[in-house]
Design a protein around this ligand. Structure first.
Ligand code: CTP
Ligand code: MG
Length: 181
């Protein structure tokens, strides 16, 4: 596979994992997942992880996968390379996994004494990638194995932090997020 094909495959396949965080920021609010509970004097997750945000983020990721499926023939023709075919379990795993990775990071942040919104460079940019790939593999291992070889994973690890920083900065500038990370 040529380099264009690798980059297209990697980024296309990760869209259902990229969208949930932004959708959650738009839709978030209401009851926090941890219900206000604390552990060791600190919130379990914090007010930044809500049921509504998690559900909306997951739904948005799956919806985007369906949109990409509809756009796939046209995109493949325009780009001149094959683009990944999503399975529903893979799309659901990517979207829910992205949310779970982000939630796991908040859990770790609270355990290390960081307040809601505190930045942890590296963790903030890659938590959802780890969660997304892990849950996608749990739901459809064959899809992950067929889609992500070492070159695609390398592209994801390099491009994701850049895209994440960019989109979060835009979301912050537009007033949808409280911090630019
Ligand atoms: N959000 C949500 N539910 C989620 C994830 C995010 O409701 N599962 C919403 C919250 O309103 C949150 C916003 O999206 O404030 C931005 O998400 P994020 O930056 O992940 O949360 P933070 O508020 O920064 O909290 P934390 O320090 O725990 O990451
Ligand atoms: Mg944050």
């Amino acid at each position: 596979m040529g380099p264009v094909s690798v980059v297209v495959t990697a980024l296309w396949a990760m869209v259902p994992a990229y969208v949930p965080n932004n959708a959650a920021a738009l839709a978030g609010g209401g009851r926090p997942i941890d219900g206000g509970r604390t552990w060791g004097g600190r919130r379990l997750l914090g007010d930044g992880k809500t049921w509504r945000g998690t559900a909306a983020g997951t739904a948005a990721g799956v919806a985007l996968a369906l949109v990409l499926e509809a756009a796939r023939p046209g995109a493949a023709a325009v780009l001149g390379v094959a683009v990944p075919v999503f399975s529903l379990p893979a799309a659901f795993g990517l979207a829910l996994g992205a949310m779970c990775g982000d939630i796991g990071a908040s859990f770790l942040k609270r355990r290390t004494g960081r307040e809601r919104g505190a930045p942890v460079p590296g963790l903030d940019q890659l938590d959802f990638v780890v969660g997304a790939l892990a849950l996608a593999a749990a739901f459809d291992f064959a899809w992950v194995a067929a889609t992500f070889g070492p070159p695609e994973l390398a592209v994801v690890l390099v491009a994701t932090p850049l895209l994440h920083v960019l989109t979060n900065w835009v979301a912050y500038a537009l007033g949808f997020k409280n911090e630019p990370w």
